[in-house]
Design a protein around this ligand. Sequence first.
Ligand code: ADP
Ligand code: MG
Length: 624
Amino acid sequence: MSKSESADTSTKSTIMSAPIKRMPQLALKATSKIPPKKSQTLIRLLSYLKPYWWALLLTIVGFAINSGTEVFIAKLLQYITDAINQGDRTKQNWFPVLIIVLFVLRGLGSFLGNYYSALISRNLVYELRVQVFNKLLRLPTAFYLANPAGTISSKLIFDVEQVTAASTDSMKTLLRDGLTVIALLGFLLYSNWRLTLILFVVLPPILWLIRLASKRYLKLSKGIQQTMGDVSHITNEVISGYQVVKNYGGQAYEAERFNQTSKKNLRQGMKVVVTNSINTPAVQLLMALAMSVVVWLALRPAVISGISAGEFISYIAAAGLLSKPVRSLTDINQKLQKGIAAGESIFELLDEPEEQDIGSQQPKITGKIGLHNVSLAYPDGTLALSNFDLTIKAGETVAIVGRSGAGKSTLVNLLTRALQPTQGQIDIDDIAIDDIKLDCLRSQIAMVNQQIVLFNTTVANNIAYGSLASRSREEVIAAAKAAFAHDFIMKLPQGYDSHIGAEGLQLSGGQRQRLSIARALLKDAPILILDEATSALDNESEYYIQQALDNAMSHRTTIVIAHRLTTIESADRIAVLDAGRLVEIGSHQELMALNGHYAQMYERDFADDRFEGANAIDINEMTR
Ligand code: ADP
Ligand code: MG
């Protein structure tokens, strides 16, 4: 597959991956930090092993026993051969017993080694995963805006697993095969150091071959990782977007796209196999060359003197036993590299700056809001708000109107500190919001977002979510009633205890919206923010909810980004936003008298409604 084709696939998939949120503006990698040194990543990974030193010790003991038995197996061959040659019958009965003892020991050793190294690696998975997840809970909104959900969750699921598999695999190999090689080499040197030196001659070319192979392997495995990413990416898109795929006949396109990516993955997988399949016999051939020289020399008494048949056999056996662990050790580098690459990706996330909370004040908010010369530019440069000035009195209701993209959502997201202004100051009750403790701030603002989020739990738990969990069932029901949700909830199979997301329980857009309004009403906070909270409702529900909201709004500060005339008209003031600027502010009458943006909007979109009595026209949609 050519480079251009691969670039093509990834571009498409990035665009497709943003069905709700906008396109991720900066990928994780774009944070212009210098990548850490590989050795640093490795040291940091190793630091996770510290609490498991005892398990590491047991692993070493296990593998030491295991490799010791390898030597004894070679040694046993010597005794047996010599006993046969000398016709010595006295020891014969011992050999079968010894064989069994050796293998029992060996089994015990390898069990210890395998068990405790697995114990370390499973604990490492657990710890890293919990750490990454807890980190996710503390990351600022900006992080979520910049990184697609798929990338984040793949870190939690795949990278953690990979780092552990790779790092503990290499540790295991290093211990098991490293110890075996040391033991066998020690035995060979002890038996006949001259012959053994010949074996060392082939070491440099073997190492060279290994380097060559592992370099290629690394390159290929990066490619495989990327194509695997694409595979899961496309799968995710097709699963979450199945309706669009079906309705727009996207099957052929998706099938082709998936096929291409999978094929690329297949090809790279095969290249790895080829590399391995050439490398292994090449290393073995080199070993065989050295062995043949050893055998040739050993058969010449002039060169090697005074060697018994048994000694010779055990020597050759030990040299033969060497090839397997040597080959495993050659794989260690690629495993390590893979682990380090995954480790880098995880540590990058763990090192992300967390949501700042330098505030210490915990006031009981009355609801006065001041925005002073506030501007906000998104990382991609979009100026969403510029020089915005507005003071909202406690208890006031302010409607915000403006075209789609005018900056309304951006404005309200500043108040919960989901976004940080690039310029200007925001205060609540005359306290800069940065000085208010984050928990305290957020607990006193109830917000219904444009994107409705429901969790995979019961209806009641969805309304009484998070810090609202302690609210009584009566309170939940009262909130649901106010949000005009009680009736439909009671019609669900288990009422308030019905699971959302469970099979068969699919709620309509309007029903979901009503649940999220109920959640906000239950919060009963001094500041209520509704960001297009009634957009998915039909006229009737909207009418009833409006009354509930009127009640709710009457004794708290409310910012309502509204679609409908009734809501807008009944607000104390209306702020008209255009391209991030506040262009008009005032009551309905004042703005009509002004005969500016609002009046124009009103004439265009609502003039007819009054006569028909339908207030359901979506003003933001209409002014697009
Ligand atoms: P509204 O809620 O009025 O429809 P928004 O506040 O959502 O408008 O958006 C205001 C402007 O900021 C738009 O031009 C939009 O494209 C841009 N914008 C919103 N979110 C982001 C983001 N995460 N990254 C870059 N630009 C954004
Ligand atoms: Mg919006």
